[in-house]
Each structure stands twice: as C-alpha cells, then as structure tokens.
Design a protein around this ligand. Sequence first.
Ligand SMILES: NC(=O)c1ccc[n+]([C@@H]2O[C@H](COP(=O)([O-])OP(=O)(O)OC[C@H]3O[C@@H](n4cnc5c(N)ncnc54)[C@H](O)[C@@H]3O)[C@@H](O)[C@H]2O)c1
Length: 239
Amino acid sequence: MKLQDKVAVITGGARGLGQAMAELFAAEGAKVVAADMGDMGYSCEGVEGYALNVTDVEGCQALVNYVVEKYGKIDILVNNAGITRDALTRKMTDDMWNLVIDVNLKGVFNLTRFVGPVMQEQGQGSIINISSVVGEFGNIGQANYAATKAGVIGMTKSWAKEFAMKGAQVRVNAISPGYTMTDILKTVPQELLDKFAKQTMLGRLAQPEEIAKAALFLASDDASYITGHNLSVNGGMRL
Ligand SMILES: NC(=O)c1ccc[n+]([C@@H]2O[C@H](COP(=O)([O-])OP(=O)(O)OC[C@H]3O[C@@H](n4cnc5c(N)ncnc54)[C@H](O)[C@@H]3O)[C@@H](O)[C@H]2O)c1
C-alpha cells in the first residue's frame, strides 16, 4: 500500500484519467476526493465525489476547507481537470481561447493557491499537474491548449521552489501524457489517432491506467527526492 492513510484531491476525477488515478490511489490506501463539474461515472470504495468547477475560486476555497475539516490534511493534489476547444489559429474565437485558459491554466492556479499553503504548514505534500505532450511540442489547431499545458509546466517549476521554502517537503511535479484513450479524444478523427500512434516508439496510444501509475509514483514516497520535474509518459512520442 503506497498511499496508506494519505488524503488526495483529484480534479476532473469523475472519469478518464482522473478516474483511473482515483481508483488506483484508493486501491493503494488513500482517501480520495474526486472533484469534478460532471457526474461521477463510477463508484469506488475510498473515492468520494465532490461537485466543483475549477474556474470557481470560492468553490476551490470551499473544497479545501471541506477536506481539511473532514480529514485534517491534504497530502496529494492532482490538478487533472482539463478541456480542449481546437481550431486553427485563424479560426479560433475569443471564447475558445478564454475558456481553455480559464479551465486548464487559471483552474490549476485557483486550487493550488489554497492547497499549497496547507501543505507548507503541514511540512509535506505532493502536487501533480497534468500537462500534455502538446504543451511540450505544440500541435496544429491547439494553440490555446498548448499555451495552457506549457504554462502548467512553468507553474510546476515555480511552485516546486515556492512551496519548499523554509524546508517544507512539498514536491510539485508535472506529468505530460501522450494521447490516451479517454473521452477527450472523442472529437479527434480515427486517422489522426492512428497517425499519432505511429509517431510513438511503442506504436500505440496509452491506456488511462498507464498514466495513473506514473501519478502514483510521483504521489508516493517512492518519489521523495523528485520535485520540479516534468515526467513525459508518451510511449516515446514526438509531435
Ligand atoms: N486523454 C489524453 O489524450 C490526454 C493527453 C494529455 C493530457 N491530457 C490531460 O489529462 C487531463 C484529463 O483528461 P482526460 O483525457 O481524462 O479527459 P476527460 O474529458 O475524459 O476528463 C476530463 C474531466 O475533467 C472534468 N472537467 C472539465 N472541466 C472542468 C472544470 N471546469 N471543473 C472541474 N472539472 C472539469 C470533466 O468533467 C471530466 O470529468 C486533462 O487535463 C487533459 O488535458 C489528456
């Protein structure tokens, strides 16, 4: 049990990568709060759903208060909630730009601004921000999404320094998954998914559980000397 008695908050935990992480963390002994604006797509012992839109600052503060009151601490935060609104730049509307920035970039800030200080006071914690292969390499039609995911890596490195001030063992890392079989890929044509699979060294796309295992590693004490790192989990993909 790698997360025995740990308390974890996972945004976007109602389905997809968030679900895979929530189920794995719970199986490893954690109490998990899966915070999501959508309905929970599953039920699992040790995982509790919590209604949250990460763009709502007061809602983020309320979630942190709720978890600290109920469990007395927050050991792990996974900033996983994310969306796409893809279009070539000349066709991208202000709404598409603003919504993706609001959820994927500001949403990560909204929750971490409250969780980081809690972890500093505890003297320990692990924050994992879900970036993307697109944040590392860019992609056609995803300037808004790439901007947020590259920004997430910058925030990760900044917070790794900031939250470890005064000797707190607060670690902050990013994971950049490659293309992974979840609902977020529903709008991507199959030919393009096949092309992306061929662009990996392993010749296939990822399953959510493969990303969750990387998150478990970074969340656990096995990664006790790893911080400020961006872990690419992409089957050797280059876009
Ligand atoms: N699947 C991939 O190929 C892939 C690759 C790289 C990175 N990612 C990233 O992984 C993360 C999870 O994606 P996924 O593939 O599981 O997608 P998904 O669409 O299956 O799940 C995303 C979850 O986030 C929730 N969510 C969306 N907006 C929210 C908001 N404002 N507040 C709270 N919850 C919100 C949704 O309700 C959903 O449950 C995202 O940040 C995504 O950008 C995914």
